[in-house]
Design a protein around this ligand. Structure first.
Ligand SMILES: [Zn+2]
Length: 302
């Protein structure tokens, strides 16, 4: 079964994760720009981070047979450093319009400070100006209220619901998110919050329209195999295969494909893997035998 993980922070993960994900059927990932666990102190850190999302990390994923896309944005936590946030706003258009960037994100509220509100709104305006999709991060605290407010603010800034993917939904927020016409993404956490079993029940109750499953795996305790595991659990629990296909694969294409940057052909006709290839003089190899796929006459994988 092919699956997509449309929210995962691969920069924080290992090559073992990439290998396990590819083996489990993950064909494409979206890596949202977010914070690093500690605050950045200058704009150069942001420039290098965004550059790595569209450069090295995309290359690294491809070397393990996974197509990598990203979103670009100023996360809510670091919006609270206003001096830095202003500088980040200046460089966002340059990176947001690069190839393989599928949305502005992940943006939204953390503690709902005035600065978070200011830069959330500024980035929604930017998304509208650039005609881009938006990926919304919703916080754990005050989940229901903040999710609702985030959608209000998107509409205030002229975004249409079909261009906005609201992430980290749960049983309390899903109905409103769907009723208002937004995409409802769910992050599967290994121990707390939304788990595999609960996700199966959400799909049983709400069906599969506009529902998207992701892992949000990052540098914390998280599971990069969350999407294939949920898909397999849904099979075991007798969920309709069409609903599994939509929530774990097709809806991500329907949502992020609107960007024109996220195309199924990219991974259905993959370039052959050649781990001898270098990216700015660097490769993923550390002395082991390089994986080199055979190439067909048309340049695709043998
Ligand atoms: Zn995230």
């Amino acid at each position: 079964m092919k699956v997509i993980d449309p929210h995962i922070h691969m920069s924080a993960r290992t090559t073992d994760d990439y290998e396990a994900m590819a083996a489990a059927g993950v064909v494409a990932v979206i890596e949202p720009a977010f914070w690093l666990g500690q605050p950045r102190t200058n704009i150069g850190s942001y420039i290098d981070y965004f550059s790595s999302l569209i450069g090295w990390e995309r290359f690294r994923a491809a070397q393990f047979g996974i197509r990598h896309y990203c979103t670009i944005g100023l996360n809510s936590k670091e919006a609270n450093n206003e001096a830095l946030a202003e500088q980040v706003m200046d460089i966002l258009p340059r990176f947001a319009t690069k190839e393989g960037v599928v949305a502005i994100g992940e943006i939204g509220y953390d503690e709902q400070s005035a600065a978070e509100d200011k830069y959330f709104r500024a980035q929604l305006d930017l998304a509208r100006e650039l005609d881009m999709l938006v990926m919304i991060h919703t916080p754990h605290r005050d989940k229901k209220k903040v999710t609702s407010r985030s959608m209000d603010v998107c509409l205030e800034h002229g975004l249409t619901p079909e261009k906005v993917i609201v992430d980290h939904n749960n049983e309390e927020t899903v109905k409103e998110t769907l009723d208002r016409g937004f995409w409802a993404a769910f992050t599967i956490y290994p121990k707390t919050k939304m788990g595999n079993e609960r996700m199966v029940e959400v799909v049983r109750q709400y069906g599969s329209d506009r529902i998207i499953v992701d892992s949000s795996a990052d540098w914390g305790v998280s599971d990069p195999l969350a999407v294939p595991k949920v898909a397999n659990l849904m099979v075991e629990r007798g969920i309709d295969p069409a609903d599994i296909h939509k929530t774990c694969y097709q809806n991500a294409i329907a949502a992020y494909g609107q960007s024109g940057q996220f195309n199924e052909e990219d991974w259905l006709n993959p370039l052959p893997i050649d781990q001898r290839v270098l990216f700015e003089d660097n490769s993923v190899l550390r002395g082991q035998v390089a994986r080199v796929d055979e190439m067909m006459a048309d340049g695709t994988k043998g």
